[in-house]
Design a protein around this ligand. Sequence first.
Ligand code: NDP
Length: 329
Amino acid sequence: MTMFKGILIEKDEAGYRAGIQEIDEGQLPDGDVTVRVSHSTLNYKDGLAITGRGPVVRRFPMVPGIDLVGTVEASTHPDCRVGDAVLLNGWGVGEVHWGGLAQKARLKGDWLVPLPAQFSPQQAMAIGTAGYTAMLCVLALERHGVTPAHGEILVTGAAGGVGSVATAVLAKLGYTVVAVSGRPEEADYIKRLGVSEVLDRAEFSAPGKPLAKERWAGAVDVVGSHTLANVCASTKYRGVVTACGLAGGMDFPATVAPFILRGVTLAGIDSVMCPRADRLDAWRRLGTDLDMAKLELISHEIALGEAIPTAAKLIDGEIRGRVIVDVNR
Ligand code: NDP
C-alpha cells in the first residue's frame, strides 16, 4: 500500500471539514496519467472549497486544488511521457475530480499542458489559475480591439490574485492602469505593480446610476454585483469590460444602458473549460508579457500544512497577491 499526503475534504453527518491526511494511492480517481505533484496554489475557489463557504466541491471525499504542477510518474496517454513536467488548471479538478493539494494526482492526459520552459514549477504556480485567468482577460481586451492608446483600464480587486497579475501584465504592455482596492494598506504594493491611481472599493460597491461619466477604455472585473454594474456604467463608448469573478457577489444589478447606448461589450471569461489552444496561447503570452520581478513581488510560498488556515484568510480578503503551496513540505 503506497500512501501520500494531501488535504481531504469530507462531508457527512459530522459536518463539512478539511484536514491533512495520509491517503492510499489506491483511492486515486480514474485517469490515464499519474502525476507526482511538486506545487499547487490557493485560488479564491480553493478557499471556498476548503472553508466550505461556497458550493465548489460536488463530490466527497475530495482533494481540493484547481491547479497543480508536477512530473508524470505513469502514463498511458500518447502525449504524456514518464518524467514530463506538466501543468494543470481547472477542468473541474478540485471540484468533481481530486485535485492538486496533495503529493499525487491521477488525471486525464488531455487536461495537462507542458510546463512552459520559461517557468520554474514555483513560478507557474505563482501565476496559477488566477494569473492565467488574468491573461485570458487581457487577451479578450486585445481581441476586442482595446489598445493602450484608447485610454485607462480599470482593474478591480487589485490586491488579489487575478487583479495583481492583470495589473502587472497590462502595465508591462503599456496600458495606463487604474486599480480598485478595499485595502488602503496595500496601495504601495499595488502602485509597485505599475498602476497610476488606486481608487477606493467603496466608490463602486453601492448601487449606482445606469450611466455614469465615461472613463474606462476597458476593465478587468473580479468582483461582480454592483461593482461590475458601476464599471459598465462608467466605461467609455465602445469600451470592453471583462468579467471573471464574483468576490463581491454573484448578482449583476445593472441596466442595458451601457450596452445599447454606448456600445459597451461585456466579455465573460471562464478558465475552467477554456479550450486547450486558448490555454496554450495564454501561457505563451504570460511567458513574454509578465515581468518575473513583479511575479516575485506578487507571490509567496507556504507549506501544505499552512494551506487550510490560509484558505480562510484568503476568503476574508486578507491575502495579498498569490499563494504557492509546496505540497511536499
Ligand atoms: P483573491 O481572493 O486573491 O482576490 C479577490 C480580491 O477581490 C480581494 O483581494 C479583494 O481585493 C477583492 N474583494 C474581496 N472581497 C470583496 C468584496 N466583498 N467586494 C469588493 N471586492 C472584494 O481571489 P482571486 O484573484 O483568485 O479570484 C478573484 C475572483 O475571480 C474570484 O471571484 C474567483 O472566483 C474569480 N475567478 C474566476 C475564474 C474564472 O475562470 N472565471 C478563474 C479565477 C478566479 P482588494 O483587497 O484589493 O479590494
